[in-house]
Ligand binder design. Structure first.
Ligand code: DGY
Length: 321
């Protein structure tokens, strides 16, 4: 009997095809809507492998109810949606999609920084809404990016790719990370500093650190108060690294100038969330790695990892070695 694999979102058939040759594959039939939690539980109960999205919660109770599960391939580099320690205890292999999305996510992060600094979304809407009456010296004037200081919190592969982009803008690069990053220091001229120093010195503070127990609400009221009042905060990692109430307050009181956010504590963010009412916020729907090319490669990697594991080979990318 072929092993049963459940995929929690509708993916292109041609990408899933190789998996169908070795397994009985079932796919949730919606592209944008997540699979309901109860249905996921039922499917996981008989699955040998799951191909999951970052929006699926794979917690202890789901893992408890999944006696046959051998591998979960998560379509993301982040894996905070999965209880990895419990999975590891149960010998369930967790795979993610690192490296293949670094450049694409760095492109988006730098684009978000630029859009926020130069008020691109506000300006585009201004024209489309017929508000443009004529040229004026400070019309929708934003902040310079070139030659400013960028502080990157979380200097992994995406951080490095972002730093590379920042060098093209002749920015000074500071970073804070759990450990020193030699590539960033030697090849990109990035300077390691404490979290507090980074906050006080940076014109752009960019959050790329994964969500863990240690980083939850790392960006709190105190952190925002340490930043320059002209600082722009960008978050492309996970929403919960930020205390969103504190961020709203910092933006309203002028502790910081603006924020570019690709991620939120609750996704999708409620349309009446105070963050969305602020003109100095650029909000995106978690599209960090969302280029057609990269998402295709990510899907292929997940499929390949599952196949390898079903054939008793090592997966290409594994979180819990
Ligand atoms: C990831 O892969 O974790 C990113 O957040 C996707 O955009």
């Amino acid at each position: 009997m072929k092993p049963y694999v459940f995929i929690t979102r509708k993916l292109p058939d041609e990408l899933v095809k190789p998996l169908m040759d070795v397994a009985e594959v079932e796919m949730w039939n919606k592209e944008e809507e997540p699979v309901p939690a109860q249905l996921l539980r039922e499917k996981a109960n008989r699955a040998t492998a799951l191909l999951t999205m970052l929006s699926d919660t794979i917690d202890e109770s789901l893992l408890d109810a999944s006696p046959h599960l051998k591998v979960i391939a998560n379509l993301a580099v982040g894996f905070d949606n999965i209880d990895v320690p419990v999975a590891t205890k149960r010998n369930i292999v967790i795979c993610n999609t690192p490296d293949v999305l670094s450049d694409t996510t760095a492109d988006l992060t730098f684009g978000l920084l630029m859009a926020t600094a130069r008020r691109l979304i506000e300006s585009a809407n201004y024209v489309k809404e017929g508000k443009w009456q004529g040229w004026s010296p400070y019309l929708l004037a934003g902040h310079d990016i070139h030659h400013k200081t960028i502080g990157i919190v979380g200097m992994g592969k995406i951080g490095q790719a972002l730093a590379k982009r920042a060098t093209g803008f002749e920015m000074e690069i500071l970073y804070h990370n759990r450990s020193r990053n030699e590539v960033a220091e030697q090849q990109l001229n990035a300077t390691y500093c404490s979290f507090d120093d980074l906050l006080t010195k940076s014109d752009y503070v960019v959050c790329l650190t994964p969500l863990t127990n240690e980083t939850k609400h790392l960006f709190n009221k105190q952190a925002f108060q340490k930043m320059k009042s002209s600082a722009i905060f960008v978050n492309a990692s996970r929403g919960a690294v930020v205390d969103e109430e504190a961020l709203v307050e910092a933006l309203q009181t002028g502790d910081i100038a603006a924020a570019g956010l690709d991620v939120f504590t609750k996704e999708p963010i409620d349309v009446d969330h105070p963050l969305l009412s602020l003109s100095n916020v650029v909000a995106l729907p978690h599209i960090g790695s969302a280029s057609i090319e990269t998402r295709t490669v990510m899907m292929k990697l997940c499929v390949e990892n599952i196949i390898r594991l079903l054939q008793n080979q090592d997966p290409k990318t594994i979180v819990n070695k």
